[in-house]
Unconditional design. Structure first.
Length: 369
C-alpha cells in the first residue's frame, strides 16, 4: 500500500473542542496521518465547531469538516464519504457503528479503530462486539488496553496492536529554570516547599486516579520527614469532590491546593512549580500527563495496575507502585525527595520512546505503508 495512492477518512468525536487525553491523541494522529498519506486525508469531527481548527499547527484547516454536535449529519456524511475511501480510521469505539456500515458498503476499505482505555475494558453489548470483528486493525494506546480487548471483548489478537501515545510535537520547550515566582505567590508557597503535583479531573468517579491515597501517603511521610510537603492537584473539580478532598486533607493534616482548570498553555509553568508528578491510578488507559511531566524534567510515580506501565516504560522512566498500598506510594515519594535527580528520566530516552517521529514511524509500519 503506497501512501500517496490512498485516500483516508479520519472520523473523530472531538479534536480542538476539548483538552483531554483522547483529544490530544486525535491531534497528533491527525498530523501523523496527514504526513504518512501525503496530504490525502479528510477529517470529519462530530463535535468540533466550524473554525475550531483555524490556525492549528497539525494539519491544514481545509481538510477538517466540523459538524457541531449534529451526530446524525456527521454519521451520514462519514458513510457517504467513506464509500470512496481506501482507509477509514475511527478515533473512538462509539464511532464503530458508522465504521461498520462503511465496511459493509465498501468492503475493500481498511477499517482501523483507536482504543484508549476504560471505554473498552468493560463488556460491550453484543452488537458492538460483533462490529468489532469487522475492523481490520485495532490500535490500543497500551498493552493493558490491548489485553482487555482480547480478554473481555474477544477481539482477535492478530488484529490488535499497541500504538503508545506520544508527546505533542508542539510542546513548549522547558523555559523555567526555577519555580515561577508568580505561582509561588498565587498559592502562598515557598521555594523550599516540596510540591507534589497531580493533573486530573476531580469527581467521585475519578477517585481511581489515587489522589486520596497520595494524601494518606503524605500524611504518613510528614510524621517522619522534616520536609514541608504541599500537594497541588490541577484540574476541574465538582463541589462534592472539593469538599471530600479538603475534609480528607484536614483530617490528615496535609496541605492540598486545588487549582481548578488549567489551560494547556499554562501547564509548563505548573510543571516547573512541582518537584515530582504522581498519579497512582487504577484505570488509566495510558497517561499522557506522565510523559508530559517527564518532558518538563519531573520524576514521576504511577500505578502498576493499568496502562500507566507503558507510559513509565515498565519502571524504566519512573517509579511504579501498587495503587492500593499507601506505604509503597509513601516510599516512592520519599525516594524522590531524598535523591530527586536520580529519578529524572533522560530526555533522550524519553524522546526515543515517545517522540512524535517515533510515533509516526510506528503508525506507518502498523498500517503497512
Amino acid at each position: 500500500m503506497q501512501g500517496k495512492q490512498n485516500s483516508v477518512l479520519f472520523f473523530t468525536l472531538k479534536i480542538f473542542s476539548a483538552t483531554g487525553g483522547i483529544e490530544k491523541v486525535c491531534r497528533v494522529a491527525s498530523k501523523a496521518l496527514f504526513e504518512i498519506f501525503n496530504g490525502n486525508l479528510q477529517i470529519f469531527c462530530m463535535h468540533d465547531k466550524t473554525g475550531d481548527a483555524s490556525g492549528n499547527k497539525y494539519f491544514p484547516e481545509k481538510i477538517q469538516r466540523s459538524f457541531e454536535g449534529n451526530k446524525v449529519k456527521a454519521s451520514f456524511s462519514a458513510i457517504i464519504a467513506g464509500r470512496k475511501k481506501e482507509v477509514i480510521v475511527l478515533s473512538h469505539i462509539n464511532l464503530l457503528p458508522v465504521g461498520w456500515v462503511i465496511k459493509k458498503l465498501n468492503p475493500k476499505a481498511k477499517l482501523v479503530l483507536f482504543t484508549h482505555g476504560i471505554e473498552v475494558w468493560q463488556p460491550l453489548n453484543n452488537r458492538k462486539r460483533k462490529m468489532l470483528h469487522c475492523c481490520d486493525m485495532v490500535f490500543s494506546v497500551s498493552n493493558f488496553t490491548r489485553q482487555k480487548l482480547i480478554d473481555v471483548q474477544g477481539a482477535c489478537p492478530a488484529k490488535c496492536f499497541v500504538l503508545n501515545n506520544c508527546l505533542d510535537p508542539f510542546l513548549e520547550s522547558k523555559t523555567h529554570l526555577q519555580k515561577p515566582v508568580d505561582l509561588l505567590a498565587k498559592y502562598n508557597l515557598e521555594q523550599t516547599d516540596i510540591i507534589i503535583m497531580t493533573l486530573t479531573r476531580l469527581a467521585i468517579t475519578e477517585r481511581n486516579k489515587g489522589y486520596d491515597k497520595v494524601i494518606a501517603a503524605i500524611a504518613s511521610l510528614q510524621k517522619k520527614s522534616a520536609a514541608t510537603i504541599k500537594y497541588l492537584i490541577a484540574g476541574k473539580y465538582t463541589g462534592e469532590e472539593k469538599n471530600f478532598i479538603f475534609k480528607l486533607a484536614e483530617t490528615n493534616g496535609v496541605t492540598v491546593i486545588l487549582t481548578g482548570f488549567i489551560d494547556d498553555k499554562e501547564l509548563p509553568a505548573y510543571f516547573a512549580l512541582a518537584d515530582m508528578y504522581i498519579m497512582p491510578s487504577k484505570k488509566e488507559g495510558f497517561g499522557i500527563t506522565f510523559i508530559e511531566a517527564m518532558y518538563y524534567g519531573l520524576p514521576v510515580i504511577g500505578g502498576n495496575a493499568d496502562g500507566s506501565a507503558d507510559a513509565l516504560d515498565n519502571g524504566k522512566l519512573g517509579i511504579m507502585v501498587n495503587p492500593d498500598r499507601v506505604a509503597e506510594i509513601e516510599s516512592a515519594i520519599a525516594k524522590i525527595i531524598h535523591t530527586k535527580t536520580a529519578y529524572i528520566p533522560a530526555k533522550e530516552k524519553l524522546m526515543e520512546k515517545f517522540g512524535f517521529d517515533v510515533y509516526k514511524e510506528n503508525l506507518k509500519k502498523l498500517m503497512h505503508i
